[in-house]
Design a protein around this ligand. Structure first.
Ligand code: GLU
Length: 417
């Protein structure tokens, strides 16, 4: 389902609209529409059975005008250079909208990590780092986890980099295990940041979400954590969740710990006792107060946006909504908080992790939460102000805030005056 629309075409269309409203020059628009650098490489790997497979790897450094490139590495069977470009563009707008001194990048390997052993994954992770070691670094480009990459994978990659350079440089990569130069609070940061955005939005819009319903599409890191946190911090009742195998529904609410345990044991949320089966498509159309898309690109399109009945959409995935669907939802009065603002909690705590690595001094969980909360709340306020003043969707408002900041850095550097 995800790949009918090229995500990079979507990213460029969104950017074009912002450049026009901001009145940026043609040269600036042309520069911001494409990555500054991209790297593609083939990774030969010996599998456990002795055979060899060749994987394709990518690292795109989209824009580093505001600071070193920053963004995750995705291991996914459908990964393409186009997806990586789009994700790298969104990282550029993401670090800008939350105003952290970093640029945007993204990486990936086309592979199926679910079908690989731990040994194979470790060798692939180390091989990936060997290919990018000369272009990454704490002051160049800092990778992190994304879909199907984990703190353990970050630890292997950090170790490989330190072996190559002969130095302790944990800030080369973020999302590391807490026991190995990671930050407290990185694990649930993407979901927590999104929950802070929804909290600020409900305050700004004068809504009390307590006791209202939510649905979550996708049950990886972001989906599982937002399940627990939306109950804990917002009082929302999660009535449906799904993963790539399908979804479950229970009007009384689904227990976050039970759903996570069931997924750990069986590989899916499906079949959790006390719930009914529901399809991913049905879940997206439920009449909930808040819908959290937390999986992959292109799930909200012109084919289903019309039937959607959520009041608010808080995008934890990157690129879940196509431009056509954006227009339909805005016309229907659905308030949508866009990916690169709503899911910026992950990279924000990644940045905090890097700051701690650089000073070799580590903070408490409360300190991390406080800084994350302040950053997300400030970003929401800046975007909401523009959306209200101009009467435009929050996605476009977020683009205006972010693109203006990146363009300003490009101008001040003297690249395009
Ligand atoms: N992959 C995450 C994202 O899309 C985190 C990136 C990071 O921490 O650098 O925002």
């Amino acid at each position: 389902m995800p790949q009918q629309v090229d995500p990079f075409v979507t990213a460029q269309r969104q950017l074009d609209q912002a450049c026009e409203l901001l009145g940026l020059s043609d040269a600036m628009q042309q520069f911001l529409r494409v990555p500054m650098r991209e790297h593609r490489f083939s990774l030969p790997l010996q599998m456990d059975d002795g055979s060899y497979q060749v994987f394709e790897g990518y690292r795109v450094q989209y824009n580093d005008a505001r600071g070193p490139a920053k963004g995750g590495i995705r291991f996914h069977p459908e990964e393409t250079i186009s997806t990586v470009r789009a994700l790298a563009a969104w990282m550029t707008w993401k670090t800008a909208v939350v105003d952290i001194p970093l640029g945007g990048g993204k990486g990936g390997v086309t592979c199926n990590p679910k079908a690989m052993t731990m040994g194979e994954l470790e060798r692939l992770s180390r091989a990936y780092m060997r290919h990018v070691a000369h272009i990454v670094g704490p002051d160049r480009d800092i990778p992190a986890p994304d879909v199907y990459t984990t703190p353990q994978i970050m630890a292997w990659m950090m170790d490989e980099y330190e072996t190559i350079t002969g130095r302790h440089l944990p800030g080369v990569i973020t999302g590391k295990p807490v026991s190995l130069a990671g930050s407290l609070g990185r694990g649930d940061a993407t979901a927590r940041g999104g929950v802070y955005v929804v909290r600020e939005a409900s305050r700004a819009l004068g809504l009390d979400l307590h006791g209202h319903t939510a649905a979550i599409q996708g049950y990886g890191n972001a989906g599982q954590h937002v399940h627990a946190l939306s109950g804990e911090l917002l009082g929302l009742r999660v009535i449906a969740v799904s993963d790539s195998q399908g979804g479950i529904y229970c009007e009384k609410g689904i227990d976050a710990a039970a759903a996570a345990a069931h997924k750990r044991e069986t590989g899916s949320v499906r079949g959790l006792p006390g719930t009914e089966a529901i399809s991913n498509a049905e879940l997206l159309e439920l009449p909930v107060a808040v819908l959290f898309p937390a999986a992959l690109e292109n799930v909200i399109t012109e084919h289903n946006a019309d039937r959607m009945r959520a009041k608010m959409v808080a995008e934890l995935a990157n690129g879940p909504t196509t431009p056509e669907a954006d227009d339909i939802l805005f016309d229907k009065g659905v308030t949508l908080f866009p990916d690169f603002m709503c899911n910026a909690g992950g990279v924000t705590v990644s940045y905090l992790e890097q700051v701690q690595n650089a000073s070799n001094y580590y903070w408490t969980l409360a300190q991390v939460h406080e800084r994350l909360d302040a950053t997300m709340s400030r970003a929401f306020e800046a975007v909401h102000r523009v959306a209200s003043e101009r009467q435009i969707p929050h996605r476009l408002a977020a683009y205006l805030v972010a693109v203006e900041r990146v363009a300003e850095a490009v101008t001040i550097r003297g690249w395009i005056r």
